[in-house]
Design a protein around this ligand. Structure first.
Ligand code: ADP
Ligand code: ZN
Ligand code: ZN
Length: 735
């Protein structure tokens, strides 16, 4: 009898967010009803000495573990599943594909608040309007409160319902008017009907072709790649397609690489669409992100704009996914669950049976190859929209040229000429700080980080030497720590130093520096961008940050100071990244009615990459780079997975990887090549010694089969306990 009882017990299969590659069995809590137990609800479970929020994936009647050893679920947190079956399948597929523990992958689908077990409670925005009595009341009649008078007058001017967020300065007054019956709360409205708030532009023929092509695919899975230079009107294409999806009552997910780009796009969308729209990114509070997620999940919002982590936001009425700047490497998560938001977004669109649109001025080589193989449909906007012209390029050979801290004289002359015409110049250098290293002219001492194989960067304004890899810092020495007498010099260039030079050369001009150091304070980037747009800035100087998507209509000169360092990197990705960067930075020039000019300072004007890119364009570059990759068997023609390992004791990572190699040998897979173990390009970081091992195979399937068989063996290795290791499937950089 006891047996029979036990077999009737319900066993919960739960994904618990711990670094173990399996699900965990729990006994159902007392008195739960099997009919309500759908996969996708959150449960609180005991785990070790702590409680964890897990996700229920299945309910079964048996477990391999004896039931008296099983622990019981503490609490069921959701009445209904938060994730759909399709999304649960996607997440489980992602866990297998990236060989990452399922509990951690599922956790990635939720905003932090839900991961912590907070209730999935959507606080709908509240709206207030005047009652009949309120409409008939004159503000002067509210003699005793000025605030109430102002509020009443405001609501009378507004005429209709006003969101609570607009009344946050009037909380007590609002309460008082509610109590007096002059104001009433509206019942939360339905999702507002899609209607164009601001008319669409009249699409040019190429735009129209792109719009039609994607619209023809609504309701089924298809991948389209929209290739168009900056300013060619991609965003306009997105908006016109979105309008159609909204008309069908469906939802749209728009993914962007950068937080800083959301406000701009949000603004344009707000002007165009009269629907509920939410944004989500890391600068919002946990509750704001929870509310944005729930707004989509409950179908209240019709559009979500977000960065990588928004990818898994549930949509009850999915219509379309757009992923802008698809080539951007920030779509790849670089720690923990190392997924590619682009690749998983495509898998998601497939699972949901909806189209996905990738956009870029410089599509990734992977996507270009998929176009060639007819997996993606290519849509092309060859010209700039409106009347903006394409910028002209100039390679400026700086060999033997007189330089002022990184700026050649011909370049300075160009900047002068641009400013004289009252136009803006944009200077790009991908290195922040004052100079990348401090050196002693007397004895050759250099400022090295004690914990990393890296130099300490000079931050002159803060009087600091700082490591950009582990953030350790020290006061900038005035005297050489080694010989005490030699003269200390700054070696190389950073944006801070360029800024100083520019200030000296152009003392009466306004220079704005945009890099991680100047934009740390919340809102500072927005302030700078506003100044730039208002035309109060003459020279914009910056790192990556200026390369991405911002509109600088008054910029007519763009200068890239140092491209040479990107020409000779050991990582095969770097030429692709450099070509993309050059085109992207160039895209900031001459967006309005002024033609733009792009100057590249180099000591290698004959370099084949620069030659093909500038004479034949990005597509020709991509074709040639792809044929090189094909010959070398590199992605996308080969498939890679990279083990990264680190430990405080130098020998441990190597020992671990040797054990991994041995396990690979025992699996006998001759279709997977093994490179390593080797020391990582940065052999020591933050005090840890680093090694890596690269696996590569012409067949994706072979690689994944090997990993499937290998990983259980790795988890069981005793060497694994002494190191921190991770596996990066489809790595986008080999560092
Ligand atoms: P992208 O997203 O490719 O950088 P945008 O959509 O932002 O390009 O368009 C660049 C500029 O051209 C914007 O100012 C936009 O309003 C304008 N534009 C886009 N499409 C058209 C069009 N069909 N007619 C006129 N102007 C357009
Ligand atoms: Zn010295
Ligand atoms: Zn360091």
């Amino acid at each position: 009898m006891a047996n029979c009882d036990a077999s009737r017990k319900l066993i919960f299969k739960v994904a618990v967010p711990v670094p173990l590659d399996r699900l965990f069995d729990y006994l159902a809590p007392d008195g739960c009803h099997p009919a309500e137990l759908k996969p996708g609800i959150r449960v609180m479970v005991p785990f070790g000495k702590r409680c964890q929020v897990g996700v229920l994936l299945a309910v079964e009647h048996s477990s391999k573990i004896e039931s008296d050893r099983l622990k019981q679920v503490i609490e069921i947190l959701d009445a209904a599943p938060l994730l759909s079956e399709s999304d649960l399948r996607l997440l489980q597929w992602s866990s297998r594909y990236y060989h990452h523990p399922p509990g951690e992958v599922l956790a990635a689908a939720f905003p932090v608040a839900l991961r912590q077990g907070r209730p999935a409670l959507l606080q709908l925005p509240r709206f207030f309007s005047l009652s009949r009595q309120g409409q008939a009341t004159l503000p002067e009649q509210l003699r005793r409160s000025a605030k109430q008078q102002v509020l009443l007058a405001m609501l009378q001017t507004a005429g209709g319902a006003v969101p609570a967020s607009a009344l946050s300065d009037y909380k007590p007054a609002l309460k008082a008017l509610l109590a007096k019956g002059l104001v009433q709360e509206q019942a939360p409205g339905p999702v507002s009907l899609p209607q164009l708030a601001k008319a669409a532009l009249c699409a040019n023929p190429e735009q129209q072709a792109a719009i039609d092509a994607v619209i023809a695919n609504l309701g089924r899975f298809a991948v389209s790649l929209l290739e168009g230079v900056t300013g060619s009107g991609k965003t306009e294409v997105y908006m016109q397609i979105i309008a159609r999806v909204l008309e069908q009552g469906k939802q749209v997910l728009v993914l962007l690489p950068e937080i800083s780009l959301t406000p701009q796009l949000e603004q344009r969308f707000l002007q165009r669409f009269a629907v509920n729209m939410v944004s989500t990114h890391s600068k919002l509070t946990d509750n704001q992100r929870l509310q944005a997620w729930l707004s989509m999940q409950q179908g209240y919002a019709a559009i979500m704009l977000g960065t990588r982590s928004a990818l898994f936001t549930p949509m009850p009425r999915p219509g379309l996914i757009i992923l802008d700047e698809e080539h951007d490497s920030s779509f790849k998560q670089q720690e923990g669950f190392r997924f590619s938001a682009r690749d998983v977004a495509i898998a998601r669109a497939k699972g949901l049976g909806i189209p996905i649109l990738l956009g870029s001025a410089t599509p990734s080589l992977e996507s270009m190859a998929n176009v060639v193989q007819r997996r993606y449909q290519l849509l092309h906007l060859p010209n700039r929209a409106g009347n903006a012209t394409t910028p002209s390029f100039q390679l400026l050979d700086i060999r033997n040229k007189k330089m002022q801290a990184g700026l050649s004289e011909p370049l300075l002359a160009e900047i002068h000429a641009t400013l004289a015409k009252n136009q803006q110049a944009l200077i790009f250098l991908n290195r922040r700080g004052y100079a990348p290293v401090q050196i002693c002219h007397g004895c050759g001492w250099v400022s090295r980080c004690r914990r990393c194989d890296a130099n300490l960067v000079i931050h002159a304004a803060e009087r600091l030497l700082r490591c950009h890899h582990c953030s350790s810092e020290q006061v900038l020495p005035k005297q050489c720590p080694a010989c005490k007498t030699g003269e200390l010099q700054a070696l190389g260039l950073g944006t801070e130093r360029i800024e100083q030079t520019l200030e000296a050369v152009f003392p009466d001009k306004v220079i704005v520096r945009l890099d991680r150091d100047t934009t740390q304070r919340k809102g500072s980037l927005e302030d700078y961008l506003e100044q730039i747009h208002a035309g109060r800035v003459d020279i914009i100087l910056g790192t990556q940050m200026v390369a991405k998507g911002h509109h600088f209509p008054r910029v007519t000169l763009v200068a890239i100071l140092d491209i040479d360092s990107g020409l000779f990197s050991i990582d095969y990705h770097s030429s692709e990244k450099l070509a993309q960067l050059i085109v992207q930075v160039a895209g900031r020039a001459g967006r309005a009615d002024q033609p733009g000019k792009v100057i590249l300072q180099t000591r290698h004007p004959q370099h084949p990459l620069l030659d093909i890119l500038l004479s034949k364009g990005y597509r020709a570059f991509a074709q040639s780079a792809l044929s090189e990759r094909r010959q070398a068997g590199l992605p996308p023609f080969g498939h890679q997975a990279l083990f990264r390992v680190q430990a405080a004791i130098a020998e441990e990572p190597q020992r671990f990887l040797q054990a991994v190699c041995q396990a690979i040998g025992e699996l006998n897979s001759d279709k997977v090549q093994v490179f390593g173990p080797v020391t990582a390009p940065m052999a020591r970081r933050a005090g840890l010694f680093r090694y890596q091992l690269l696996l590569q195979s012409p067949q994706r399937k072979e690689l994944h089969q090997l990993l499937d068989n290998l990983l259980p063996a790795i988890y069981a290795l005793k060497e694994a306990k002494k190191v921190r290791w991770s596996l990066d499937v489809d790595p986008v950089d080999l560092y």
